[in-house]
Write a protein of this length. Structure first.
Length: 108
């Protein structure tokens, strides 16, 4: 499971810098870097804040962090079929979050 990679991928899909995400979450940029590099495991509260900042459900963050090695050999064929679909859905959610942010910015 690679939670940091999942966070980084979602952040980048929304065109956010580590600094911008850190500001939204209320942590430092180095903290986001350490999380994305899997140097530290964030507290549950931080994970929740990151998901809110990225406008994605926590469950999708965790699903996105699965790697093939995390799946039992007997389930890998199913993983190979479903994971690309899930990745696409997550990417679309990320883009939706970015669109929602743009419309919020326009209202200000």
């Amino acid at each position: 499971m690679n939670l940091g990679k999942s966070i980084q991928s979602l952040r980048k899909s929304q065109g956010l810098t580590q600094e911008a995400l850190a500001e939204r979450v209320g942590v430092s940029r180095p903290a986001i870097s350490q999380i994305e590099n899997n140097s530290v495991r964030p507290e549950q509260e931080t994970i929740t804040s990151i998901c809110k900042a990225l406008n994605v459900p926590e469950s999708l963050l965790y699903i996105n962090s699965f790697e093939k090695e995390d799946v039992a050999e007997s389930q890998r064929m199913m993983y190979d079929k479903l994971f690309p679909i899930i990745q696409n859905m997550i990417e679309e959610l990320g883009l939706e979050g970015k669109k929602g942010e743009a419309s919020t910015d326009e209202k200000q």
